[in-house]
Design a protein. Sequence first.
Lengths: 327, 306
Amino acid sequence: MIKERHLNIFVLGLLIFVPIFAYWNDQPFTITLMTRAVIFAIAAVGLNLALGIGGFISFGHAAFFGLGGYVMGILAWHSQNYVTLVEWPILIEGTKSMPIIWIITIAASALLAAIIGMISLKTTGVYFIMITLAFAQMMYYFSTSWSAYGGEDGLSIYVRNNFPGLNTLDPIQFFSICCVILLIVLFFMGRLIKSPFGLALNASRQSRQRIEAVGFDFHKLQLTAFILSGAITGLSGALFADLNRFVSPSMFSWQLSGEFIVFIIIGGVGRLFGPVIGALIFVWLEHLIGGISDYWHIFLGFILLAIVLFGKGGITGLLCQKDAQHE
Amino acid sequence: MSFVLIAEQILNGLQFGIMLFLMSAGLTLIFGVMGLINLAHGSLYMIGAFVAAAVASATGSFILALVAALSAAALAGAIVEITIIRKLYNRNHLDQVLATFALILIFSEGTRWVFGSFPLYLDAPSYLQGAVTLPGGIQYPLYRITLIFFGLIIGLGLGLLITKTRLGVQIRAGENDREMVSALGVNISKLYTFIFALGAALAGLAGALVGAIQSVEVGMGEPVLILAFVVIVIGGIGSVKGALIGSILVGLTDTLGGIFLPKFFSFFMDLATATNVGSSIASMSIYILMSIVLVWRPTGLFGQKV
């Protein structure tokens, strides 16, 4: 048995040294694969705040992921085609600048999360699961029928967006951007979980009555967590669209929402690094088994079944003796 | 817009709703009695459609195809219940979601492996092809009319089964207190397997019936599954009556919204924009309906108060 902190340091090491090693050996594909894993990790870390700490199972986080993708896609599309985004009441142009796109993405995802959260957090349990799923589907169908931005075909962005001082088309430089964002998000999460808000949220999952008895507003706690969670997942969507230079309705697909949950379960629910470990293993497995068989989802299905039925606490739970904070 | 067109669209919506009811009835029973959220219900729908298409092309008999679809889905449901689902009843919702998500992956890829990625086609039998003229001069496909009646009969049968038979009493009792039911000598695990297989059979039947209207392909079950979720959220989880009313509401909203919203917007927009905006909003209409119902009644129209 090893300590969770040591496992986390090991994972951090992997995140940093695998791409450097791949860079030395001139394997850009490995770097791209790692970038994909890192972006998924950001999405799952966001979801983990709602699902792991807050205890409400959102099966619709692809709504935020896709929205992030479309915010990036729409801004970049307007910029690359020299079409103004809004002409009235004020003139707004598209942009290719990553930091600006990120800020707008975070704001837009937070707004969407506030709307979805206000309606769906009225319910609990299985209703909440189905409603979040339904909202993500709503975004999916909306994006397929909105022909101004590609409809079912999606939007292609010819050149990756800019970051001041970096060449984002270079795999290792783009990876570094994503990795730094992941580290910032993890640092923020680590602080958040230990903050009064995080502790209250953790407690709200365990007992609603008690958290209300000590004077917290249960709904406000949950809604705040849901908004933060959606904003982080939205940001990862913008990065994912930038990685592929392509956005399509498939970023809203319910399978993706399911996969985000899978990352968390593989890694360990409610653990800071759980989603990161899960995303790394998932992307690695997808590449490994996907290379052998066209039907890799069958294997994923059986692995997942085994984890749910027999493994408790995911990989982190398997390797570390101490229970997750919430068990 | 003529009366005939409106009547046709209402019938289309009704037919869509009735098919959704076959899906959501099983889903809501399984949740109501066993407390299980079953994402793999859409896979059983897909299995029904595939088996029906395969049997129909091998034997040429549509009735045989329906029987085969129904039995294959019920069998698949019973096997899955005994081997996997049974272990999930006492787990939390997260485990149930994940395990049934895993089942979707296995079923979908398994079907792709057996039948390939190309869609199959299932034709309605010759005696159900063509159109009938309804009162008021409405021409409507005979097959779709048959679907509406068939679905209503099944709904009625299900209602009678639950309210009038001994088995129905056991099912309703199982919803309220499973320990008491088993203490009274009912074999509860057999009852659960039966309910699951019943739900699976209804889903498989729906898949086979709809398979003659749409193409039969991998992944056809999940969009319907998600609509069925919307239905049972609207109707109230566990209520078969709620599932029926919810299905028809969703079916009508979806079909009529797609036709009338673009027309509605064309009153104050140019045609291209109106079509665009109208169809975008129409695609969201059932989810908007769901939100309104939830804000008004958080446990659905016929759901029990928490």
